[in-house]
Ligand binder design. Structure first.
Ligand SMILES: Nc1ncnc2c1ncn2[C@@H]1O[C@H](COP(=O)(O)OP(=O)(O)O)[C@@H](O)[C@H]1O
Ligand SMILES: [Mg+2]
Length: 238
């Protein structure tokens, strides 16, 4: 099975004026295509830093990140942006939707950036909004949607360019526990139905348990890595 994500001795030291703040102290992980992995650990352990590195939103101090077998460390900004748009979908804690745009317009954006026609973008956006259960809300603006619905819009948007990997940083931190569970179950079924790899930060243990594998960070070091269990491919567990 091929690797969706690979990090090699990843280090990140932030500079605060003259003070060095180590956030990642050499983390090596390998995540296969189609895995559903939860990244956990205490606050400040480096989870967001790790996700930003894997999402090539930021550059490491040293070490490498490979996405779908491609080494990103020597890429220029333009190639990195292209790789992000093509292979990665991002979901954040605060949904990060454009408040003036409707649900479908928000979802269309990433595909519009690839130069596709508005009609093609609208058609696919409608499909993905239906897939996340929002077929009846396409013309609503974010303020007219609940938190859980807004996060579903963000998930549909992240799927638009049919990414290899979905990266989510505490996607349920602003949702009540029932809605949180529904959102994680949505990730789970997208993973099973489409084969998309999911790498998700959470600090809620019962949500982490729904993943195939939990990677724990502590002080920027990999504390434990529960390797993937056997999982039936392409269908939901009975
Ligand atoms: N932009 C930044 N500048 C300086 N220090 C940072 C920055 N981002 C994170 N840190 C520090 O790096 C460490 C890891 O942070 P972070 O990755 O956000 O942890 P987590 O997401 O696990 O809570 C913390 O000590 C944090 O204060
Ligand atoms: Mg964080």
């Amino acid at each position: 099975m091929s690797e969706a994500i690979r990090t090699e001795d990843l280090k990140k030291i932030y500079l605060m004026g003259k003070v060095e703040v180590p956030a990642l102290n050499g983390v090596s992980v390998s995540i296969d295509n189609g895995e559903f992995v939860a990244l956990m650990g205490p606050s400040g352990s480096g989870k967001s830093t790790m996700l930003n590195q894997v999402g090539i939103l930021d550059s490491p101090t040293s070490g490498r990140v490979l996405i779908d077998g491609v080494d990103t460390s020597r890429m220029d900004g333009e190639r990195r942006a292209h790789l992000r748009l093509e292979k990665l979908g991002f979901i954040f804690q605060f949904f990060s939707l454009f408040t003036e745009l409707t649900a479908i317009e928000n979802v269309m954006l990433p595909m519009m950036l690839t130069g596709a026609t508005p009609a093609a973008c609208r058609g696919r956006a409608k499909e993905y909004l239906e897939m996340v259960g929002l077929g009846g809300r396409v013309d609503h603006k974010p303020a007219e949607l609940s938190g859980g619905q807004q996060q579903r819009v963000a998930i549909a948007r992240a799927l638009m360019n049919r990414p290899k990997v979905l990266l989510a940083d505490e996607p349920t931190a602003n949702l009540d526990s029932k809605t949180s569970l529904e959102i994680i179950q949505l990730f789970r079924s997208l993973n099973e139905d489409t084969g998309v790899t999911v790498f998700m930060v959470t600090h809620e243990p019962d949500l982490g348990e729904l993943a195939d594998r939990v990677i724990m960070l502590r002080d920027g070091i990999l504390e434990s890595d529960g390797r993937a269990k056997e999982k039936p491919r392409g269908k939901k567990p009975s």
